[in-house]
Design a protein around this ligand. Structure first.
Ligand code: GLN
Length: 535
């Protein structure tokens, strides 16, 4: 039977529950435990697919095509585990299942209620995860903040689970804020209140992580221990850092894995895997550095392109290089302006995924600049589509070529709606989603990167390269280096006459991990470093 760890958050949102969950997963995996993770989002959305990435951050896609919260990306990167649709639970998904069961008559005339019907649905999904994966430990993170209107059914469900599986097999972790005033005085009162709220729901946390900008003083630890009913050693400091990858090491240093293992009655083994520490060492002491321009319609300050940023960092790890990002708002780019200044000191240009016409022309101009000046370029999904449009317009002389997504009237729809998308009217969950195979052509940059003929990558799109233009684009020098096994979809395009100009219809960033950097990101960063050295 699986042991259960539940992670809740106090005082503010965005406090680091996701990274805590991911880091704890890493520490247990380092000791050889089999771990699975679940994220609960108390929104009424069925999934994250229709959520605005500017407001909510990137939509992360699992291998089986679930559109989820970006925290699943953190879990996968830290633990190396491939999660699936069962790792993501929203209020919308549990409510809709309960309502569907009610319509089918599954409840046999009973009054359908939050308790027990909704809580049973929630518990059922968490238990199912244990049965499907024979995991030794399941870590479930409850999104939002304790005390929110949306969370009580989930908190009640996990309280009941502790009774059902036994308190000794359950561990409650609360991540809360220690606020430091401008005069330097740190305050634990908000944390005390949030623990009290948790206690009102019937949950006594076993371990507290204090997110803080200043080290936790001894006196503060004693006070929290006394007032909140936690042993002092179970109060872990979560000091701010600009390197999230360091957090598992910070927790390890405080003996967190040992405490968790002891509380859950698991076998106390020393860590057998120390790769993570070696990777962090590389990140801390890069031998060189490069600068990549991300040209998109959302810029710094949001987590819209989180996996892209992380994958670039991984490409850096593979080359023992730091990767700095220059954010360029594609809407501010106009033709004939001083590009040399905008792109000064840049080793490569990347255009990420996206939807809608806003900012597209700026992306295409940036791509032309990369193309004409032999600057390494990497296009992801929408970025690949824009790369094809640029090539069609400026090399193949297809005037006003475009994607029918941005210009339905274009004379040359070199990017067009996929056949199976044409009759879909709902926006949620209807794209081409998840893992698909792709066959690579020999003697291409893609083949050189992957070093194997067949690859599997994750997708999230409706449009694709229009097969009517394939021959013409190819004859002008666009290399279609990756195709679906039945030849019907172009998955990767490369500009043959360019040091490194590659666009993928899939999202390679979703599969990149710090311990296993993605080959395309590795080679893109390598090309960027070479470009900067040669200049
Ligand atoms: N909007 C494009 C499409 O639907 C690209 C999608 C993306 O970048 N994820 O095909």
């Amino acid at each position: 039977m699986a042991r259960h760890i539940f992670v809740t958050g106090g005082v503010i949102s965005g406090i680091g529950k996701g990274i805590t969950t991911a880091s704890l997963g890493r520490l247990l995996i380092n000791r050889g435990f089999k771990v699975m993770a679940i994220k609960i989002d108390p929104y009424l959305n069925l999934d994250a697919g229709t959520m605005n990435p500017f407001e909510h951050g990137e939509v992360f896609v699992t291998r089986d095509g679930a559109e989820t919260d970006l925290d699943l990306g953190n879990y996968e990167r830290f633990t190396g585990i491939d999660l699936n649709q069962n790792s993501y639970i929203t209020s919308g998904s549990v409510y809709s299942e309960v309502i569907a069961k009610e319509r089918r008559g599954d409840y046999l005339g009973k009054t359908v209620q939050l308790i027990p019907h909704l809580t049973d649905e929630i518990k059922g999904r968490i238990y199912q995860m244990g049965r499907d994966n024979d995991a030794e430990v399941i870590i479930t993170e409850i999104g939002g903040t304790i005390g929110d209107f949306e969370t009580p059914p989930f908190v009640e469900a996990i309280r009941q689970m502790a009774v059902e599986v036994g308190r000794e097999n359950t561990l409650f972790i609360h991540v809360s804020l220690i606020y430091t005033l401008p005069n330097g005085e740190s305050k634990s009162k908000p944390t005390q209140h949030s623990i009290r709220t948790l206690q009102e729901y019937g949950i006594q946390p076993d371990l507290l992580i204090c997110r803080t900008s200043h080290p936790i003083e001894e006196g503060m630890r004693k006070k929290i221990s006394l007032l909140c009913g936690l042993q002092e050693e179970y109060i872990v400091e979560g000091l701010d850092t600009n390197l999230v990858d360091e957090i598992p090491l910070n927790f390890e240093r405080q003996g967190m894995a040992h405490l968790v293992i002891k509380k859950l009655g698991l076998e106390d083994r020393p860590p057998i895997n120390t790769e993570w520490a070696g990777m962090v060492e590389k990140l801390r002491r890069p031998k060189q550095s490069t600068r990549i321009a991300i040209v998109g319609k959302y810029v710094k300050g949001s987590d819209t392109y989180l996996s892209v940023q992380e994958a670039l960092k991984h490409g850096g790890i593979a080359n023992e290089s730091a990767v700095n990002i220059k954010w360029i708002d594609s809407e501010t780019l106009i033709d004939n302006q001083n590009f040399a200044e905008q792109f000064q000191g840049i080793g490569g240009i990347l255009v990420p995924g996206g939807f809608g016409v806003r900012g597209i022309e700026g992306m295409i101009i940036a791509i032309r600049y990369a193309h004409e000046n032999y600057i390494p370029f990497f296009g992801l999904c929408l970025g690949m589509q824009c790369m094809v449009i640029e090539f069609a317009r400026n090399v193949a002389n297809l005037k006003n070529a475009n994607s029918s997504e941005f210009d339905p009237e274009t004379p040359h729809p070199v990017i067009d709606l996929m056949l199976d998308q044409q009759d879909k009217s709902n926006l949620g969950g209807t794209m081409r989603l998840g893992l698909y195979p792709c066959v690579l052509k020999m003697n291409t940059k893609s083949y050189a990167a992957y070093g194997q003929p067949i690859i599997l990558e994750r997708h999230r799109h409706r449009y694709e390269l229009n097969n009517r233009y394939r021959d013409q684009l190819e004859s002008e020098g666009l290399c279609l280096s990756g195709l679906s096994p039945d030849d019907s979809l172009v998955e990767i395009a490369e500009v043959a006459d360019h040091p490194w100009m590659v666009g993928s219809q899939f999202h390679p960033e979703f599969q990149s991990k710090p311990l296993v950097p993605h080959p395309l990101f590795r080679d893109f960063i390598q090309a960027a470093l070479q470009y900067q050295q040669g200049r």
